[in-house]
Structures are given as C-alpha cells and as structure tokens.
Design a protein around this ligand. Structure first.
Ligand code: ZN
Length: 409
C-alpha cells in the first residue's frame, strides 16, 4: 500500500522496544515496524516519544478567560461559583466562541488530540454555551475530537427551567450529561434527574462531586448506588472528589474497591483543587488533591485534567496536560520512574478509557492521531515537562512547535 507519511524511529510509550517506524495512509496507522521500506515523505523522530496525543477529560471552555470580568477576594469555591454566575448573564454566543476558541487552540498546540468539555446550561446562559462550543467542535474537528458534556453548575431541582434546557441540549446532540449535586438543595433528586436524562438519551455521565474536605458524608455513596441500580457501570465519571484526600488509607482503599466494582472513574483537577481547597486555614493548608495513584492499583480508572483556565476557579492555565501530570506528581510526592509513568498514563491512555474512546492509541488500524514529544520515555517526559514538537490528526499535520535553540558564543 502506498504510504502518505512515515515517522522514522519514534519510541512508543509503554514499550521497551527500540525505536520504530510508523507508516500512515488515508489518515490511519497502517504499519509499525523496525524499518518500513517505502518511498514516502518522512519525518525523523531520532528516538523521541510518539503518543496518540494527550487526552483532556475535564475542562470548561465556555467559562475560560474571564478573569478581567470577576473581582474575587476570598478565593473560595462559593465565591467562584457566585462571580461566574454573575458574569455568565452577559455571555453571548460569539463571546463564548471567541474565548473557548483561544483555549482550544492552546490545548491543540500543547498536544491534546481528544477533549471532554463541560458546558453550563441553565436559564441565565440558556443554550449560548452549548451552541458556541458545538460550532467550535465542528470548526476544529481537523485537530481535536471534542465531547460536549452539558451540566447545571448552579443546581437542577432548585433552578426552574434548567432541566428543560438540558433536555433540549441532549436532543440537539450533546455527547454526555453532567451534574453538580453539591450546588443543589436536593442532591439525591438532582442525581435522580441526571440518571433519568442519561438513560433517556443513552448518554455517559460525568459529575462534579464531593468538592470539599469534609469526609463525614459523601455524595459518592449515592452515585455508586444509582450507577448500580441503573446498570450504568463504565459510563460514569466523577471530578474533584477532594473529600477522598481527607480520609485515611484503609477507608480510601475500601471506597476505591467499591468504585472499581461499580465502574466509576475519578478525575483529579490538581490546579483547581490546590487553589480552592483549605481556604478556611491560614497555615498548614491541606493540599486537597485526591491521591488517585492509590486508586489505580485497585482497578479504578483515573485521570488528571485541567478543569479551568483563567477564571475565578483557577486563575492560571496554559492547557498543558504534561504540566498537570508534573504538578500532580509533585503534590502527591511521587518521584520514582514507575510512579511518574502512571502520571503519564493519567493524561493519555486512562482518560481515553474514561471517555470510552476505543480507537485511541498508537497501533495499526487506529487513526493517525500522533504527537511527538521532545523526550524519550513517559517518566522523564513528566519529570522534565517534555514539550510537544508537532502533531498529526488523522494523518494531517495539525500543529508545529519549534524546538528551542541555544546560541553558544
Ligand atoms: Zn469542572
């Protein structure tokens, strides 16, 4: 078969083998071998790491880049929700599109090839966010696969009109449904409604959950129960779950086994959790980041993600997932190569599993979604924040970042 492109001598994550050639035709990987004999355009990777791209399992494109519209003083979660709720009333579709576009382009340049974005739907913003992000999904399909998760950030049963709007978004093609029971006056009923909508439209569920450091109660129990009752295992993810950072290892292991048995995935948002948790303390401030590396060996699917960019929830952000893996490793005090490698998995293969992206990976037959990192193995990539050099989406070059050059005298 004639090839469109050959990547020469790239290293594959999780493979101890010597560098390999990757042959691409018609947007797919058609050959992987020590040497591919072909008269085709080629790129020499010189032993650099080649992956199927970073996978962002939790980001809010619609409310990114609004720091200049919010005046936050306390830095608490409640203040962040209230100030974004106020700013949201002025969001228009073109405004959301323009901000989300800048964030999305940044993520592409950082090597992300798949993304799940949460989008707020409620009577204040209506379907403006959904419409804008849906347009973005179409306009950037050449670079990134975008899943849209619509959700009611400010509650559901306490917010008349929110459920009708969520259903409308699902009728118009939302990829999955999210929830936020901690902002609802009736969290259990909130979860009931979300599972009911998910069943009606056959959608996966991704919830914002247990976002504080009080371990005396958890909505996770109710989510496990409902997931079992609806037989929705493997289709449910929860984000934050910071309460799990405030319990001792035996209880964490018990909950981990339950999550694995039920089929509930956990996403940690290190930057947001570090910024918002422990605001009631002025010294010995807890980290508030759930140690998901302890859940992985129990069989829980875990991922690390960006969450917010330049807004009151997280006034930082460059959309770099390798930075998020490095931040998590640092906060979780992980330094051994095998642990750093797990952090790498939590921004690549594991979020792909969380998102039920069955065709993700560097293998023959898969889409030629490939990103080359300026590093040689996953652990060192996390340790050194190896930068992406270029990427392909379905075989077509989607971005290039020039490597830095040192000018010796
Ligand atoms: Zn979030």
């Amino acid at each position: 078969m004639p090839l469109d492109l050959v990547l020469r001598q790239g290293r594959l994550a999780g493979s101890e083998q010597a560098p390999l050639d990757i042959g691409i035709a018609n947007g797919r990987i058609v050959d992987i071998a020590a040497h591919i004999a072909a008269e085709a355009p080629e790129e020499r990777l010189d032993g650099r790491l080649v992956i199927a791209g970073f996978v962002e399992s939790h980001i809010h494109l619609d409310k990114s880049r609004i720091l200049d519209r919010c005046d936050c003083k306390e830095g608490t979660l409640a203040e962040a929700i209230a100030s974004v709720a106020a700013a949201k009333r002025a969001f228009t579709e073109p405004d959301i599109y323009a901000r989300a576009q800048r964030t999305l382009e940044k993520a592409i340049i950082q090597g992300t090839t798949r993304m799940r974005t949460h989008v707020e739907v409620d009577p204040r913003v209506g379907l403006n966010g959904f419409d804008a992000v849906r347009r973005l999904k179409r306009d950037y399909a050449w670079a990134l696969d975008l899943q849209i998760c619509v959700f009611p950030q400010e509650g559901l049963t306490n917010d008349p009109g929110a459920e009708e709007l969520l259903v409308q978004a699902c009728e118009q093609g939302a990829d999955l449904i999210g929830g936020c029971p901690y902002t609802d006056t009736d969290p259990a009923a909130h979860l009931d409604r979300i599972f009911a909508i998910a069943r009606r439209f056959d959608l996966d569920i991704d919830l914002h959950l247990d976002f504080d450091l009080d371990p005396s109660w958890m909505h996770l129990d109710e989510v496990c129960w409902q997931t079992d009752a609806h037989r929705w295992g493997g289709r449910v993810a929860v984000g934050h779950a910071t309460k799990l950072s405030a319990i001792e290892p035996p209880r964490l292991a018990e909950i981990g086994r339950r999550l694995a048995d039920t089929g509930i995935a956990v996403t940690v948002l290190p930057s947001t959790d570090l910024f918002l948790m422990g605001r009631d303390r002025d010294h010995h401030v807890p980290r508030g980041v759930t140690p998901v590396h302890r859940l992985l060996p129990l069989g829980v699917t875990c991922s690390l993600a960006t969450n917010n960019v330049l807004n009151p929830f997280t006034p930082f952000g460059d959309c770099s997932l390798i930075r998020m893996a490095n931040l998590y490793a640092n906060v979780a005090q992980l330094g051994r190569p095998s642990d750093l490698s797990l952090c790498f998995d939590m921004i690549t293969t594991l979020p792909a599993r969380l998102m039920n992206a069955a065709d993700y990976g560097v293998a023959v037959g898969r889409p030629a979604d490939l990103v080359v990192l300026d590093g040689r193995d996953p652990a060192m990539a996390v340790a050194e924040l190896a930068q992406p050099l270029f990427g392909l989406k379905r075989g077509r070059r989607s971005f290039t970042r020039a490597a830095a050059i040192l000018h010796h005298p």
